[in-house]
Design a protein around this ligand. Sequence first.
Ligand code: SF4
Length: 331
Amino acid sequence: MQQVIKVSHVSKVFSRGYFKKHHKLVLDDIDLEVSEGDRLVIVGESGMGKTTLARIMAALESPSQGKVLWFGENISSMNKGEKKLLRGKVQYVHQDPYSSLHPAKTIFRTVADPLKNAQKIKGKELRQKVKELMEKVGLTPAEYFFNKYPHHLSGGGRQRLAIARALTTDPRVIIADEPISMIDMSLRAAIIKLFKDLNDLYNIAVVLVLHDIGAAKYFTYEKGEVAIIYGGKIVEMGEGAKVFDNPLHPYTKVLISSSPIADPQIARNRVVEQLRSYEVPERTPQSKGCPFVHACNYYVERCMEQNPCLEAVEDNHWVACHLLVNKDVDI
Ligand code: SF4
């Protein structure tokens, strides 16, 4: 399968201050690959670098170090025309569908305008194509919505519209940043199901940024990979079923064990490991050691000094933890 996006040794540093610069390490040496038809979820709490990573993958931001390839080409060495040609193939869906949609444009025009630009079609053909795209994302009957505006839709409806607009350029990958965080609980599963369908039916690779571990499991358990990110670093990655059935990194274990459970009896009886600290200290390019060391109950001296690399623990399952990779201690 064709590789769509490759992220190679990407780090990102944000700097602030005028006279005395302060540097914050937001992403730390990230490697990822997405091929046609893949499903990938990037999971972690707020402030861990997920959105920055997604924006760098979509070329909305540049890395401080490392490179991003689209279809095998380094995007930093593409000229404007080459980038424009490929931009339609890599679509980004924003977290807040309302602010990303033009409030004064009808729903028909929201989908038709980019379609006209991308596919140079008009008249009946354009109308038919808009109808097809709206049906693809579940906005049916399409004609009923044509003359309405984004504010007439629910949060879930607006997200569907944003996805229909993303499909106008026939993308090979959709990167969606927290696509369910601003919509009602009851509609969340339907939006994740829509992404699953787009992946299954049209072989579009889908990258979701989520903090909801239940949604991440629903999206990747049968097919796909999950990357757990902490302090700007991928600490565990692998097939969804392997990571959710056998989480290994101490952070992944806590994240999964503390996610909400529907059954109140099970929720009451479960034991959630307490961390040494719940603060997330800011990292700088000079920071040493494992990013999780301040919170980890299993740390050893080496964790203070050396930042562990992702290493394979089984087929399609990688962990960045000194103890797990070296099997010194059974966690
Ligand atoms: Fe904990 Fe050390 Fe593993 Fe980091 S490397 S998760 S501090 S045991």
